[in-house]
Design a protein around this ligand. Structure first.
Ligand code: AGP
Length: 609
């Protein structure tokens, strides 16, 4: 995600745009920039880092203007840097573009522009292509040039454009990325989201998909997909600024739980080519390299480590290579066996976790090939890896990781499938079946999210608990660890996860009357074993909440309450089963009055040992 803001009016565009961008930093914050019309030219200033860096860059310069656009970036193509920051200009610097989204066919457009129009590119971004396209098509009408440019583009985008040739307007387009227009007095706005404008206006137009909007200081004209002017009702914003940043959700964590279907869709579908084959951009493992791996380590911390626990099952089953999962703080001090036939997979949302970074360096020093699964483009882990596989979850603000975890799982499956298919350890039929099953997950996840109210009700009976156990077998065990961490880190309840088969080797001594045990039983081939474990703990008085696939009615006779998830392949149930546990942890913590987005003692990125 990125944030875009535009203003045209009679006041200082620079200040208004900068203030608007600050309100959109939750959408991305690795670089920022602004384009202002001044003295007959479009002046572009931009810098890596937070918006404060941009402010410092321009604070002493006379850039007074009444029209401009700005951008705060969440990098997807091209690391965060001054040159990759938006806005991007055409070669003659007559216009500038800000963009939120991804231009899927940017490489072919880039080749065409270079070959047919001699365009020389300055950045690594997909966005720069848009600026050159509009310039190539510009004759005497900016709107028409934008129409022609977007007709060549494929992907998801919300763009804003200013031109020195028509300095009284902003042209913006929406396709599968949010865009609004703000209605002022003698001024008008565009933005990605409401928070950017709340300080100035509360009357807005919600721009719909495939629509274009032309904004001047006195007028806002909306054009539909057929390029015909349309009327639009005014939307009156009643939210306060804080609620608006959370898109109306009470906490970023709940917002991010609900963003998971989109994150999974983005992480999966942008890596499938037109024939449905996996195309892992950013990973350059050849068939020979994959075939020579004799061992894979998956190393991470916290939630990312729990994603590795599930990844082990996926990669071993699909690629038939032994996988060892370890917490980074342990891996780096146990003198692990690593050689040039080792693949080291680091998983990290922030890409800045020192333990993970140190473990990566240890493996690299011993000759391992390093592949990282990271959410923050250009982060330290990404930069120090040989190959990077980005989770396209968008910025994750809440300390408790949710959408990063499920998109990390998706990356585990894709890596396993890619390696298995490349090695020939899975059949074409199984490969396609697995991918078809993954494609159905975002919609199935939306079905799971519809249980939010019932899980909230369940939490009302549980939030006073001071101890909770999570058990499971196979991939359910990995999810049990993640469900337990979610609960403990935001509700401060002492929760504990253990492999269900391990209970009888000691831990069952803790089970007594009304001990709460959340029992994951989604694996068909392990279901009977799980029922036995549930019977064991019920016999000792435990209260059991079961979690299983729709149709497993047997569990209702054993558990006190049951949460169901939609039917899917056993291997990929973690993509669904973790979500009820995220919601349960959220509502229990909310009922306990905890600071959900910023839990005590915790930081979003642990950059110390
Ligand atoms: C997850 O909810 C926690 N906030 C924490 O365990 C986190 O997953 C861990 O610190 C790893 O962070 P990373 O993914 O940014 O490396």
């Amino acid at each position: 995600m990125c944030g875009i803001v535009g203003y045209v009016g009679n006041d200082d565009a620079r200040e208004i745009i900068i203030e608007g961008l600050k309100k959109l930093e939750y959408r991305g914050y690795d670089s920022a920039g602004i384009a202002l019309y001044k003295d007959g030219k479009i002046q572009v200033r931009k810098s890596a880092g937070r918006i404060a860096n941009l402010e410092k860059l321009i604070e002493t310069e006379d850039l007074h203007s009444t029209v401009g656009i700005g951008h705060t970036r969440w990098a997807t193509h091209g690391a965060p840097s001054d040159v990759n920051a938006h806005p991007h200009s055409d070669m003659a610097n007559t216009l500038a573009v800000v963009h939120n989204g991804i231009i899927e066919n940017y490489l072919e457009l880039k080749e065409w522009l270079a070959k047919e129009h001699g365009v020389v590119f300055r950045s690594e971004t997909d966005t720069e292509v848009i600026a050159h396209l509009i310039s190539v098509y510009y004759e005497d009408d900016l709107k028409e040039a934008v129409f022609k440019a977007v007709d060549k583009m494929r992907g998801a985008y919300a763009i804003g454009v200013v031109s020195a040739k028509e300095p009284d307007k902003i042209v913006a387009v929406r396709k599968d990325a949010p865009l609004i227009a703000g209605i002022g007095e003698g001024c008008n706005f565009i933005a990605s989201d409401i928070p950017a404008l709340l300080k100035y206006v509360r009357r807005i137009y919600l721009i719909e998909n495939n629509e274009t909007v032309v904004v001047t200081r006195d007028d806002i004209t909306i054009y539909n997909a057929d390029r015909q002017p349309v009327t639009r009702d005014v939307f009156h914003v009643t939210w306060d600024a804080d609620a608006a940043e959370k898109d109306g959700y009470e906490h970023f964590m709940l917002k991010e739980i609900h963003e998971q279907p989109k994150g999974l869709f983005e992480t999966l579908n942008r890596r499938l080519d037109d024939r449905g084959n996996i195309r892992l951009d950013g990973i350059h493992l050849t068939k020979e390299e994959i075939q020579q791996f004799t061992k894979i380590y998956i190393v991470a911390c916290g939630t990312a480590y729990h994603a590795g626990l599930v990844g082990k099952f996926a990669i071993e089953k699909l690629a038939k290579i032994p996988v060892e999962v370890d917490v980074a703080s342990e891996f780096r001090y146990r003198d692990p066996f690593v050689d040039d036939k080792t693949l080291f997979i680091a998983i990290s949302q922030s890409g800045e976790t020192l333990d993970t970074l140190a473990a990566l360096r240890e493996a690299k020093s011993k000759g391992a090939r390093v592949l990282s699964v990271v959410n923050v483009v250009g982060s330290s882990v990404a930069r120090e890896s040989d190959d990077v596989f980005y989770t396209w979850a968008g910025p994750e603000i809440a300390v408790a990781s949710t959408k990063a975890y499920t998109t990390q799982l998706m990356c585990m499956y894709l890596i396993g499938l890619y390696m298995g298919y490349t090695k020939g350890t899975i059949t074409e039929e199984y490969y396609r079946h697995f991918i078809d099953e993954l494609r159905m997950i975002p919609d199935k996840l939306k079905e799971v999210l519809k249980q939010e109210d019932s899980i909230h009700e369940m939490a009302k009976g549980l939030y006073r608990r001071e101890q909770v156990f999570f058990i499971g077998r196979g991939v359910d065990c990995g999810v049990a660890y993640e469900g337990s961490l979610k609960l403990k880190e935001i509700s401060y309840i002492n929760s504990f996860a253990i492999a269900a088969g391990e209970l009888k080797h000691g831990t069952i001594a803790l089970i007594e009357q009304d001990t709460l045990v959340i029992s994951l039983a989604t694996q068909d081939r392990l279901f009977e074993k799980m029922l036995s474990n549930i019977q064991e703990i019920k016999a000792r008085g435990a209260t059991v909440i079961g979690l299983s696939k729709e149709g497993n009615k047997e569990i209702e006779g054993q558990a006190n309450q049951v949460i169901y998830i939609p039917e899917c392949m056993d291997e990929i149930t973690p993509l669904l089963s973790v979500v009820p546990l995220q919601l349960l942890a959220y509502y229990i913590a909310r009922l306990r009055g905890c600071d959900i987005d910023k839990p005590k003692n915790l930081a979003k990125s642990v950059t110390v040992e």
